[in-house]
Design a protein around this ligand. Structure first.
Ligand SMILES: Cc1cc2nc3c(=O)[nH]c(=O)nc-3n(C[C@H](O)[C@H](O)[C@H](O)COP(=O)(O)O)c2cc1C
Length: 329
């Protein structure tokens, strides 16, 4: 595994998105896309704290059972599966981890239930389940059993297409792998656009699926030379107010069709994430140039670039939910 620690530097320890117990160890790269985050759960963090408290060297195994953190006296190494080696000065991370562990931390992210399990893989210990079953008191009444039982840890086997998992794990990509996107996935992405809600169900939008290489290159130019517009799958969402047969002034129909096209693109974005692809939404482009390239009078609202991500990344942080929501009582 190659060493990427020269391009990615340890930055800080942050609270977990969803619980008071774990943490996120953040690494910074040259640009935003190079940011890496190692997410530790409660046990992993407390094992690391133990090592640092005792000033010992040793290893902390991570939940996927193949990744581990190796604490040496000089440098601490993060050996993560399918990832380059990350290194940090032991004194530095020791100080930060011990400082971090002194107080409980509020989760810093919008709470989405399934996020709690990202990106850990829960590995079922069937022996443990058997042991637990066998020690249960058979004489205990059903009601006692219910009252004393722990809520079952849900969603360990969450499907990759589960909507909440998609919300919780989605992350934009600007570096796509060359792998061809299967046609059935493109179908799903397009059919997601088709089922999106639209004003009066008039579907005031049109989607252009760009297969032509030269057209993709022209779109790169039209989109401020953003190179990733030349992605394996490129969809241009356009508004079509003429489809919206509602008796409202033209500006309202324009607004409706812009919303229709935007929601449809969002549905496609989520569908793409659900089938293991990643996307970048492009809003920065010259509308007149795009119209000309497509040979249409319809107004383009967004370009959705889709493909397999070059590298899977954890989602970006957001503001606190309490800052996002204003409750009017
Ligand atoms: C309306 C809109 C316009 C955007 N335009 C661009 C764009 O022109 N170029 C680009 O690189 N990213 C663009 N993005 C992607 C955002 O930068 C990205 O979604 C944001 O940084 C959050 O990252 P995430 O999607 O990984 O959560 C756009 C996103 C939206 C919603």
């Amino acid at each position: 595994m190659f060493d990427i620690s020269s391009v990615v530097k340890y930055k800080a320890i942050e609270p977990s998105y969803t619980t008071k117990d774990g943490c996120r160890i953040v690494w910074e790269g040259v640009d935003e896309d190079d940011t890496d985050v190692v997410i530790l759960n409660k046990n992993e963090l407390s094992n690391l704290v133990e090592l640092f408290k005792k000033n010992s060297v040793g290893e902390v195994e991570l939940e996927d059972q193949s990744s581990y953190i190796r604490v040496n006296s000089d440098v601490t190494q993060f050996n993560l599966s399918n990832h380059g080696l990350l290194e940090v000065d032991t004194n530095q991370i020791q100080e930060d981890v011990l400082e971090y562990a002194k107080v409980p931390h509020e989760p810093q992210y919008v709470y989405i239930g399934t996020k709690e399990f990202y990106p850990s893989i829960w590995i079922r210990d069937d022996d443990k389940v058997q042991r637990e079953i066998s020690i249960k008191d058979p004489k205990k009444s059903l009601i006692q059993a219910i009252l004393s039982s722990e809520p079952e840890k849900i969603r360990q086997d969450l499907s990759p297409t589960d909507l909440f998992r998609v919300f919780a794990t989605r992350r934009s990509t600007r570096k796509f792998d060359k792998t061809k996107v299967e046609d059935w996935k493109i179908d799903k992405i397009l059919s997601a656009a088709d089922v999106a809600p639209t004003a009066g169900n008039f579907q005031g939008f049109q989607v252009f699926l760009i297969k032509n290489k030269k057209t993709k290159e022209a779109l790169v130019e039209a989109a401020n030379k953003q190179p990733y517009v030349n992605a394996p799958v490129v969809l241009v969402f356009c508004t079509d107010p003429s489809r919206v047969k509602l008796k409202f002034p033209p500006e309202i129909l324009d607004k409706f069709s812009l919303q229709d096209a935007t929601i449809a693109a969002t549905f496609s974005l989520l569908a793409a994430s659900g089938v293991g692809l990643s996307t970048i939404w492009i809003g920065m482009f010259d509308e007149e140039k795009v119209k000309k390239i497509l040979g249409t009078d319809l107004r383009p609202s967004s370009i959705l670039c889709i493909g397999y991500p070059d590298k899977k990344k954890p989602p970006k942080s957001r503001r606190h939910l309490k800052e996002l929501i204003r409750v009017i009582e």
